[in-house]
Write a protein that binds this ligand. Structure first.
Ligand code: TMP
Ligand code: ASP
Length: 238
């Protein structure tokens, strides 16, 4: 597989075409962004750690029957993925209150949410990723109801698989964001699953080991991600 031209550069990843129109290369950069790109810094090792973290999780999800775009690692910080037609929608599940839901609803951080919440946001930094729902997404043509039904089912299935996986590392999966796309007409998990897009707390101390370390200026951001990986049995190459 030959990596060709840069197709798109996001805030933390760049996407390249390849000699096969059905596949892309995802390059995870050290750029770390928060607050819709208002805070950006370079963090050593983050690209490699997130690429390998994502590969590990995507393979676990695939093994549990969740279709993903992940194909294979290409280098420490790059992976080959299927080329999806992405929906401009972020699917968020919360098992414990934190982040925007606390600000929006005036609730305190750390409340168990049973059943977990399921929210949709429009992927649009300029608008600050506003919350939407399935009716709005349908009316504006962002996704078909049948596809959103599958996204909902898959997002909840991911919760069952990953809550259990992280618990083995004495970690609580507080919340996470997923993005989906279509490949050959089928809904497939795209983008990434890394500590950049989820919240993970130590089960006993509730220490934050995810991107909230960056958002809140707590330091040791990548060290936190590596600690999570180590607890799940990952070894990283740089
Ligand atoms: P929130 O509390 O800011 O709504 O985020 C919920 C979870 O989803 C949190 O783990 C971060 C993740 N997320 C992203 O990674 N990118 C986004 O643009 C949004 C809205 C959420
Ligand atoms: N990843 C998004 C951003 O860069 C949202 C966040 O994680 O805070 O702004």
């Amino acid at each position: 597989m030959e990596k060709r031209n840069e197709l798109y550069a996001g805030k933390a990843k760049s996407v390249y075409t390849t000699d096969d129109e059905n596949f892309l290369v995802l390059a995870f950069r050290n750029d770390t962004s928060a607050f819709d790109g208002k805070k950006i810094e370079q963090l050593d090792r983050k690209g490699a750690v997130n690429n390998q973290f994502n590969a590990f999780i995507m393979q676990k999800l695939e093994a549990a029957g969740i279709p993903t775009h992940f194909e294979r690692l290409l280098s420490p910080s790059e992976s080959v993925v299927k080329r999806l037609q992405m929906f401009p929608i972020e699917c968020v599940v919360r098992n414990i209150s934190a982040g925007s839901i606390c600000r929006r609803l005036g609730v305190e951080e750390g409340k168990d949410l049973n059943p977990p919440t399921y929210e949709l946001f429009l992927k649009n930094d300029e608008l600050g990723d506003p919350m939407i729902n399935e009716s709005v997404a349908h009316s504006f043509g962002w996704a078909e109801p049948e596809h959103m039904k599958t996204m909902h089912e898959l997002t909840l299935k991911v919760n069952d698989v990953l809550k259990a996986l992280f618990l083995e590392g004495n970690l609580l999966l507080v919340d996470y964001k997923l993005e989906f796309g279509l490949f050959d007409g089928k809904v497939v998990l795209g983008d990434e699953f890394t500590p950049d897009g989820c919240r993970l707390w130590d089960k006993d101390t509730r220490e934050k080991l995810d991107k909230d370390r960056f958002r809140q200026g707590l330091g040791d951001v990548v060290e936190g991600y590596e600690e999570v990986g180590r607890r799940l049995g990952m070894t990283f190459e740089y």
